[in-house]
Design a binder for this molecule. Structure first.
Ligand code: GLN
Length: 485
């Protein structure tokens, strides 16, 4: 049952070959037996109550394609019934008085929540090793990281602990863990999906999206997830779309832009080989490859690591021991209470980013760092604008290497930052991006670790990206491969 795609499970539910309750029990059992540390909070009673409601809806005949399908949410989305920790000690026991818009939308479609998924603290990281609740293991090799910050989401899909998961991407956190765990994920155009109830990291970059086994499943999930929300001031007012509408279109004549800068020094040979093989597959399907340049790619790292910490330093000021979560037990005056609370509640990486953020925003440095970064951010978006005059979609690797070992790069923030080189610029430009499984590499350890192909589209072209990804998945079997455990 767990090997089936969301689309297949939906058909079984609609024809009453399986009930929502049976599905929920099956996945809860798998979660219970798993040793990946992908889930932070599971409550079978709550899940089964939602499943019973879904079964009643299915019996009444007022169901949607998603009714009765289990889903798990990254623990960055607030939920009324489950804890919302953001992977932080600061919010260890926090329960929100409301559901995030994304959660609310899936609930009203009749989906069944399996629980909350582990992630890097406040979504800061690319290996899930910054979670206060311990790292998640990669189901393909339990000695490897799953990627981050949505490591729990990607690992849960890869290990078939859930057919669907939510995730968020600020600089790569949907695409990179999807790539390292061999599953499919899409980060929509900035503003497509409501940020209301998503615990904020860097508001001008944060964007939610789905992770699942296939592009087709992601399209079905995005149909429910996307849409205008008056409670999010950056939500886009656009007509609702059916993201499955173009899935069947063939890719003959498609012009694929291959950025030179994505295939240079630093790209591991095993990753390059898998990505080039995927490009060759697209040529077989009738697409043509166009050599393009995104000259500002290297600058995306310093730009992102100025802008994201700047926004984080402001967003995280709300965690003061008064309004949310943890408060130090022993303190002197009010200011001492703030200091101790934040010293105890935040982990190392979060503190580092708050310091960097406060520094680049401070008087005297603002012009040199923050303002400069904003200007270059604009030029990065111009790179893409120029590229899309020559091609319909851009493709390349998601991550320069396959998943690294647990314990590696823990004390080296810069090594982590460098691994984001191929995902940051898409986020800075606000463009939609995807990762689909396209093979395996060896890493250094001679184990089998997945490689993802990145697809970057122009603004609002999610339906096109999903179409292009689906056509590849019709022709290849990488997305169907599963880890042994
Ligand atoms: N790895 C990047 C960071 O650490 C991106 C994280 C994300 O997209 N949430 O900030």
């Amino acid at each position: 049952m767990h090997t089936k795609t969301l689309k297949q499970l939906s058909a079984l539910l609609q024809t009453k070959q399986v009930s929502a309750t049976e599905l929920a029990r099956h996945f809860l059992q798998r979660i219970d037996a798993s040793d990946l540390n992908a889930f932070l909070h599971v409550d079978a009673g709550l899940t089964l109550a939602q499943a019973a409601a879904a079964d009643a809806r299915l019996a009444r005949g007022d169901s949607t394609a998603l009714t009765g399908i289990p889903i798990a949410h990254k623990d960055i989305f607030v939920t009324r019934d489950w804890r919302a920790t953001a992977g932080s000690k600061m919010l260890e026991n926090y329960i929100s008085p409301f559901d995030a818009t994304v959660v609310e939308r899936f609930n009203s479609a009749g989906m069944v929540t399996l629980g909350k998924l582990n992630c890097d603290e406040f979504a800061m990281g690319s290996s899930n090793q910054n979670s206060h609740f311990g790292p998640v293991r990669n189901p393909w090799d339990k000695l490897a990281i799953p990627g981050g910050s949505s490591g729990g989401s990607a690992a849960a899909i890869a290990a078939r602990l859930s057919p669907a998961a939510t995730a968020t991407d600020t600089g790569g956190s949907i695409r990179q863990p999807a790539s390292l765990c061999g599953v499919t994920g899409i980060k929509p155009t900035y503003g497509r999906v409501s940020r209301f109830g998503m615990i904020a990291f860097a508001s001008s970059l944060d964007q939610a999206g789905p992770i699942a086994q296939t592009a087709e499943d992601c399209a079905l999930l995005l149909n429910a997830m996307a849409g205008f929300d008056p409670r999010d001031s950056t939500s886009l007012e656009r007509a609702d779309e059916d993201f499955t509408r173009d899935l069947q279109r063939d890719v003959r004549g498609l012009r694929i832009g291959v950025p030179r800068e994505y295939f240079g020094e630093g790209l591991a040979p095993d990753v390059e080989q898998a990505v080039r093989a995927a490009l060759a597959e697209y040529e077989k399907l009738g697409a043509t490859l166009v050599d393009i340049s995104l000259p500002k790619t290297a600058l995306s790292i310093p730009v992102y690591y100025v802008i994201a910490p700047a926004e984080a330093s402001s967003n995280l000021s709300r965690f003061d021991g008064v309004r949310y979560g943890h408060r130090a037990e022993h303190y002197g005056d009010l200011s001492d209470m703030y200091k101790r609370t934040r010293a105890e509640g935040f982990g190392e990486e979060v503190k580092l980013r708050i310091l960097v953020g406060a520094y680049v925003l401070s008087h005297g440095y603002y012009d040199a760092y923050y303002l400069q970064a904003q200007k270059i951010r604009r030029l990065i978006a111009e790179d893409f604008k120029q590229a899309f005059t020559q091609c319909d979609v851009i493709m390349g690797p998601v991550s320069p290497t396959v998943a690294w070992d647990l314990g590696e790069k823990v004390d080296d923030p810069v090594a982590n930052y460098l691994a984001d080189i191929f995902t940051l610029s898409t986020s800075l430009a606000g463009l939609p991006g995807m990762s689909i499984p396209c093979g395996f590499g060896q890493g250094e350890k001679n184990s089998r670790r997945p490689v993802g192909l990145q697809l970057i589209g122009n603004y609002f072209e999610e339906a096109k990206l999903l179409n292009i990804a689906h056509q590849y998945q019709l022709a290849t079997g990488w997305h169907q491969m599963q880890p042994l455990a």
